[in-house]
Design a protein around this ligand. Structure first.
Ligand SMILES: [Zn+2]
Ligand SMILES: [Zn+2]
Length: 165
C-alpha cells in the first residue's frame, strides 16, 4: 500500500467511482483504491460507467476517507445530465405505471409526473412520497410487495423516508 493511499484519507473532497449501467456501485473509491476496480458488475453483469457521456466528468464517488453509505448520483455533478441508470430506473417505473391495471387515467398521469421526484431528491420528493404512500396502502398485498421492491431499488433516500421504505 503506497503513501498516497494513506494521505488520501486525510484529503477533502470526493473520489471518483465506477457504477454499473443499472446503478450498482462497483468501486466508490476508484481513484484512491484502484485495486478494487472492475469492468463489469459482479451483481448483474452490466458494464461499469466511469464518466458522464455528455461532459466526460468522472462519476462522483464517495467522500475521501469515508467508507460505506454511498449512493451513486442520479445526475452528473458537472452538467446535470442523467446517468444511464437514472434513465433505466425511470423506464422501469414508467413501465410499471403503464401496465398496472388498477390505476385509472388521472392516477396514471399523476404518478408518471412524480417519477423524477422519486428518482432524485427534488423539492417535490416529499409530496411524491406522501402520494405514493396512499397508493401503496390501497394495493392488494401481493401487488404491494412488488411495488415496494421496485421503489426500494430506484427511489432516492428522501422519497423512501417519506414512504417509510
Ligand atoms: Zn449491476
Ligand atoms: Zn456531465
Amino acid at each position: 500500500m503506497s503513501d498516497d493511499w494513506f494521505s488520501s484519507e486525510k484529503a477533502e473532497g470526493y473520489d471518483c467511482a465506477i457504477v454499473c449501467e443499472n446503478g450498482h456501485p462497483i468501486n466508490e473509491h476508484s481513484g484512491t483504491r484502484p485495486a478494487f476496480n472492475a469492468r463489469f458488475c459482479k451483481g448483474c453483469g452490466a458494464i461499469g460507467i466511469v464518466q458522464c457521456v455528455d461532459c466526460r466528468a468522472p462519476v462522483r464517488g464517495n467522500e475521501l476517507g469515508h467508507w460505506g453509505g454511498y449512493t451513486p448520483p442520479a445526475h452528473c455533478h458537472e452538467c446535470g445530465t442523467a446517468f444511464v441508470w437514472t434513465a433505466r430506473k425511470t423506464a422501469a417505473l414508467q413501465a410499471y405505471i403503464d401496465e398496472f391495471e388498477d390505476f385509472d387515467g388521472p392516477m396514471r398521469e399523476l404518478l408518471s409526473r412524480s417519477i423524477p421526484d422519486i428518482i432524485a431528491a427534488t423539492p417535490m420528493s416529499d409530496v411524491a412520497g406522501l402520494r405514493w404512500k396512499t397508493v401503496i396502502r390501497g394495493l392488494k398485498e401481493n401487488v404491494r410487495a412488488g411495488v415496494v421492491k421496485l421503489l426500494t431499488s430506484v427511489a432516492c433516500d428522501e422519497f423512501k423516508e417519506q414512504v417509510g421504505l
